[in-house]
Design a protein around this ligand. Structure first.
Ligand SMILES: Cc1ncc(C[n+]2csc(CCOP(=O)(O)OP(=O)(O)O)c2C)c(N)n1
Length: 446
């Protein structure tokens, strides 16, 4: 008996330690012990002086007054930041002390992404590509998190994380090839623009149905754990996608199967025209994590160093302890949802301008660099010119390139083309021979 009481006390000490910082390992251990996984401690005797709930579903005390738990949405989970809006480090002990060269690399990747966005957005407006989605305002979430990962970590994205690929070295030519669906596209021109993927860079190909990547990412993380190879998975999604059933499935699988994964939610305030107060009524997405038994944090997504620190530590612990982490990066979608959207129909220009002009991840990092004398007007001008040139050159090459051979429509549906698809392919070929003047065959590879 005394031993059981001692163990219970140990568990409650353990639980408070968990809430401090020591992770869920101890919590799991306590739960297993309290419920007596091997049967030894399963039930408390009927005449025990202190009654403790014996239900297998939760480890908790009794209370003798009726009280519903209130959601804590008024003073929510705090937003972790390292720099203020002027790029000043707030608490020196949190400064990741990233060397100058790497900080310049952060800045150049963030601004290159921005330049690519502007040119491809305009290109869509002129009907040169069919569709586009910009990343305006979210550059810090991409670069800060990508920099904290190992290149071998596997990335699952939604569609607004092009900066992660850019950080990993995906060439401008391949971004363009995908958007133009030309013959250089790794995806053979089959998907809509911005649905990138790169096997070499461990970036799983994007697909349009929201949140489907979340349980897939949990599965991939489980496989990595079994391989025991010191790799993690990061899975990005928007706060809108987090309302999908697949988000629930993925979070719960990752927690119960103890997967080394970082769920990275980009909370940018909108899911197309739906503001967050129509998306959820709890304290954002971070508050859901503890409900799944997941370590969770909320960070300032416009602070590239805060994103970097949180992702780095989450990655380290996800691998060391085999458990999922949830990062909610607060940011703002400055651009329209996509080129099919006009966001002035549902939000004010003033609101957008605030984020664009007053609290932007790029300007914040620039303030930081300027204060250290690492960057000035001259460097800015030269880099703007150079980055624009790089993007324009890739753009022109992509536009000149032919589109993939039409028969590529039929391959990769299955690994091998079945006979019925082979027949359809032949019939398309005959059709094109007969009616070639009705098709733009000159823009396709032969
Ligand atoms: C299953 C599914 N439902 C609806 C859509 C249509 N859709 C595309 S993007 C989007 C909004 C997603 O918002 P969020 O996840 O917050 O990401 P953001 O666009 O803000 O980056 C919706 C509803 C879809 N692609 N898939």
């Amino acid at each position: 008996m005394a031993a059981i009481g001692g163990l219970r006390r140990l568990c409650s000490i353990g639980l408070s330690a968990v809430s401090q910082n020591s992770g869920l390992k101890a919590l799991r251990l306590c739960q297993y012990r309290a419920f007596g996984v091997n049967g030894a401690l399963r039930q408390q005797p009927f005449d025990s002086p202190t009654e403790k709930p014996q239900f297998p579903g939760a480890s908790a005390d009794f209370v003798d007054h009726l009280e519903f738990i209130q959601p804590n949405v008024i003073s929510g989970i705090p937003v972790y930041r390292v720099m203020d809006r002027q790029g000043q480090i707030i608490n020196p002990s949190e400064d990741p002390q990233i060397p100058k060269e790497e900080v310049l690399n952060f800045y150049q990747k963030m601004t290159l992404l921005n330049t690519m966005d502007r040119i491809l957005y305009e290109s869509q407006r002129q009907g040169r590509i069919s569709f586009y989605m910009t990343n305006y305002g979210e550059e810090g979430t991409h670069i800060g998190s990508a920099a904290a990962l190992d290149p071998n970590d596997i990335v699952f994205g939604q569609y607004r994380e092009a900066g992660v690929l850019m950080y990993r070295g995906f060439p401008l030519d391949l971004f363009m090839a995908q958007c133009y669906a030309n013959a250089d596209d790794l995806g053979k021109g089959r998907q809509m623009p911005v649905h990138y993927g790169s096997k070499d860079l461990n970036f799983v190909t994007i697909s349009s149905p929201l949140a489907t990547q979340i349980p897939q990412a949990a599965g991939a993380a489980y496989a990595l754990k079994r391989e025991n190879v010191n790799r993690a998975v990061i899975c990005y999604f928007g706060e809108g996608a987090a309302s999908e059933g697949d988000a629930h499935a993925g979070f719960n699988f990752a927690a119960t199967l103890e997967c080394p994964i970082i769920f990275f939610c980009r909370n940018n305030g909108y899911a197309i025209s739906t503001p967050t107060n129509e998306q959820y009524r709890g304290d954002g997405i971070a508050a859901r994590g503890p409900g799944y038994g997941m370590m969770s944090i909320r960070v300032d997504g416009n602070d590239v160093f805060a994103v970097y620190n949180a992702t780095k530590e989450a990655r380290r612990r996800a691998i060391a302890e085999n458990q999922p982490f949830l990062i909610e990066a607060m940011t703002y979608r400055i651009g329209h949802h996509s080129t099919s959207d006009d966001s002035s129909a549902y939000r004010s220009v003033d609101e957008v301008n605030y984020w664009d002009k007053q609290d932007h991840p790029i300007s914040r990092l620039r303030h930081y660099m300027t204060a250290r004398g690492w960057w000035g007007e001259e460097e800015e001008r030269a880099w703007r010119k150079q980055s624009r040139k790089l993007v324009m050159e890739a753009f022109e090459r992509a536009e000149r390139r032919l589109k993939p051979r039409p028969e590529l429509l039929f391959s990769d549906v299955y690994q091998e083309i079945p006979s019925n698809l082979e027949k359809q392919k032949e019939s398309l070929w005959r059709h094109l021979q007969q009616y070639k003047e009705h098709y733009p065959l000159d823009v396709y590879d032969k």
